[in-house]
Design a protein. Structure first.
Lengths: 208, 81, 165
């Protein structure tokens, strides 16, 4: 009996999964599959292992779906199972990487300092080489541009990649990401900030 | 000599994510917007950031086909059991 | 309370994109006043928020006077201040340039500021011309001079536009 706490979409998906409905399976995979893989990649050493983790986590999902009470959203529940499975696997591999090092670390700014006027000049910290307006705007919508973006995301460190996928590709709220990945809001935002800055930078190169 | 009156662009770019999340404290938000009033560079930067987010939103997100196959098999197996 | 509001062309709020109706009361929503309140300028705030259109706005409800703006529960655009247009903005820029030249033009680094303000005015970038003029004043004479410069700018705007009369 699916509880009233779930959103209507979530409730439908959960009922569908419980009933063995393949359309529900496809929908869940389309919405959350890639994100689940990205979460797994945060904790283990390789893509192959991450795929194993997703398979293992999926077994856990199927085992637990009957008992799922809907106190958290479906996506949060799914991602937590993946994260927990991945962490256990990561520990078994003796790869317990402290979370803070999963970003690219440091307090450096996200924009090349050479872009700004140096101290001792008249407007220190202001743009020396200001960003230009991207025109024509239609180019941002082209398929080729999408490849640049996907490539930039692939090259991100795992934690940044997971957060930008969940926030900007899959539309999770800040709170949902924090709950699923057990992050503080600040940490989550720092990861998102760095990820977006790198993608923007790649796009800026491309859009010249 | 840095005169600490308003934000400089180098600081503004580090606040963009918090600004878009509506997570800046009121004072910082005001200084951020005040800076944008006169700074085309940062206006463009914010605009580029919004464009980036929109572009990221269009990224395709399928699982690798083989992995999805395996998950489907597991699903069918579980269903039959 | 009567105050002023700079908007983008078409009476659009520059940051939120909100389309302001004319003559109708608009209320802030939500409890966090600074995020949701109606923002407006007193005369002294005008130079900080320069944009394409200037409007007179009537404010009502609880009004919070902050260092660089006022925030009210409700606001109603009364009328457009038609004196504010590109031509006057350019004049304002030249006013800032003249003051900068007078204050720092004869100093070695100061002439750099003069060049900056001139360049901004020549390219129609008026808000930053005002900022640079105030910054140049501060560079030469300290933080008090920044405020002084902004006050002079506000005074010029009020006088030329006939505000507060």
């Amino acid at each position: 009996m699916v509880t009233q706490l779930l959103s209507p979409e979530d409730a439908l998906l959960v009922e569908g999964l419980r009933a063995g409905d393949e359309a529900a399976f496809v929908a869940v995979m389309r919405m959350y599959g890639r994100g689940m893989l990205r979460v797994a990649e945060m904790y283990v050493s390789s893509r192959a292992v991450a795929e194993d983790v997703v398979q293992e986590a999926w077994v856990g999902v199927l085992r637990g779906i009957g008992r799922f009470e809907g106190r958290s959203s479906l996506k949060t529940w799914l991602y937590r199972i993946v994260a927990n499975t991945a962490k256990t696997r990561g520990v078994r591999e003796s790869r317990s990487v402290p979370f803070s090092s999963l970003g690219d670390g440091g307090d450096e700014g996200t924009v090349d300092p050479d872009r700004f006027i140096g101290s001792g000049e008249r407007f220190p910290g202001h743009w020396a080489v200001p960003p230009q307006a991207w025109a024509p705007e239609g180019r941002l919508l082209a398929d080729e541009t999408l490849e640049v973006v996907e490539d930039a995301i692939e090259r991100l460190p795992p934690a940044q990649r997971a957060v930008i996928t969940m926030r900007d590709v899959q539309g999770f709220t800040s709170e949902e990401v924090c709950n699923a990945l057990d992050l503080t809001e600040t940490n989550q935002r720092v990861l998102l900030h760095r990820a977006r800055a790198k993608v923007r930078s790649a796009l800026e190169e491309y859009m010249r | 000599m840095r005169l600490n009156r308003e934000l400089a662009c180098q600081e503004v770019v580090e606040l963009v994510t918090a600004y878009l999340d509506d997570a800046l404290l009121p004072d910082d938000r005001e200084r951020f917007e005040e800076h944008l009033v006169f700074c085309d560079g940062c206006q463009n930067y914010l605009h580029q950031m919004r464009g980036t987010i929109a572009a990221v939103g269009r990224v395709r997100v399928e699982l690798p086909a083989e992995l999805q196959e395996k998950l489907l098999e597991a699903f069918r197996g579980w269903r039959e059991a | 309370m009567i105050a002023y509001k700079f908007l983008a062309p078409g009476a659009v709020a520059p940051f939120t994109g909100f389309h302001w109706p004319v003559g109708e009361w608009v209320a802030a929503s939500g409890r966090d006043q600074c995020r949701q309140g109606i923002h407006a300028c007193r005369i002294r705030d005008l130079p900080l928020w320069i944009h394409a259109e200037l409007w007179e706005i009537e404010l009502a409800g609880e009004i919070d006077e902050q260092p660089r703006k006022v925030v009210a529960e409700r606001g109603r655009l009364v009328q457009r201040v038609t004196g504010w247009n590109e031509g006057l903005a350019a004049e304002f820029g030249r006013f800032c340039a003249a003051r900068t030249r007078e204050r720092v033009g004869f100093l070695p680094v100061g002439s750099g500021y003069v060049g900056d303000v001139d360049r901004f005015v020549a390219t129609g970038r008026i808000p930053i011309a005002g900022f640079a003029a105030a910054r140049a004043a501060e560079w030469r004479d300290g933080p008090g001079a920044y405020e002084e410069e902004r006050e002079a700018q506000a005074g010029w705007l009020a006088e030329r536009l006939g505000l507060g009369e």
